[in-house]
Ligand binder design. Structure first.
Ligand code: G3P
Length: 222
């Protein structure tokens, strides 16, 4: 399973990238607003830090506008394959833009996916990633993980579908584990939840005991 971080906070991304566990980054207009900085500058800095896919979301609502914005965002990318994925909403216009970009080999992340039917359309439009929002489904009393289960199962039956399932709107480590059990390709995780993945009280307790016992020996490895 790949881990993306879901933030536009460059300092957080730099810190998490140092862990060596970060495979990509996702942003959206709300995260950009939270960062409070010029979007093009932020995307450029992120693309410098993380070689993996960096999702940058368009804000136009018509396909032509999305394509114009997407081209500008894509031009920021680096690397042999360009590491910017254009993020478009799962609307008829968004899928038109997706098809246009994917036909030219540009990665597209189709976002705001809330049904298996929508995920089928994203795959048919050639999306590199589809982003089902599990937390927001849970928030309205539906089962976000059941959607992941459905999409993973459907995609596995069509080898021509190249779209990766990018689990988004992750609310806690339990979502990450559930997504991994279902074989989802990627989880995009807010920084605080990514850090929670490392933690277990028994790890802290066990390490403290090991170090205390080691200190009693008076030895040093170096
Ligand atoms: O990046 C899209 C998604 O992860 C948003 O999550 O927490 O706003 O539902 P959330």
């Amino acid at each position: 399973m790949k881990f993306f971080v879901d933030t536009a906070d460059v300092a957080e991304i730099r810190d998490l990238a140092a862990s060596g566990l970060l495979d990509g980054v996702t942003t959206n207009p709300s995260l950009m607003a939270k960062a409070g900085r010029p979007m093009l500058e932020v995307i450029s800095e992120i693309a410098d830090i993380v070689p993996g896919p960096v999702s940058a979301e368009v804000t136009a609502t018509d396909a032509a506008g999305m394509i114009r914005e997407g081209k500008k965002l894509h031009a920021i990318g680096h690397g042999r394959n360009n590491n910017i994925a254009i993020k478009v909403p799962l609307t008829p216009e968004g899928l038109k833009a997706c098809k246009a970009f994917s036909s030219e080999g540009v990665m597209v992340n189709v976002t705001l996916c809330f049904s298996a039917a929508q995920a089928i359309l994203a795959a048919k439009a050639g999306a590199a990633f589809v982003s089902p929002f599990v937390g927001r489904l849970d928030d309205i009393g539906e089962d976000g993980m059941a959607l992941i289960d459905d999409i993973v199962q459907i995609y596995s039956q069509y080898p021509s579908f190249q779209t990766e399932v990018l689990v988004a709107s992750v609310r806690g480590p339990e979502h990450v584990v559930a997504a991994a059990k279902l074989g989802a390709d990627i989880c995009t995780v807010p920084p605080n939840i990514l850090r929670q993945l490392f933690s277990h009280p028994l790890t802290d307790k066990g390490l403290a005991a090991f170090l205390a016992d080691w200190a009693k020996t008076g030895q040093s490895i170096l």
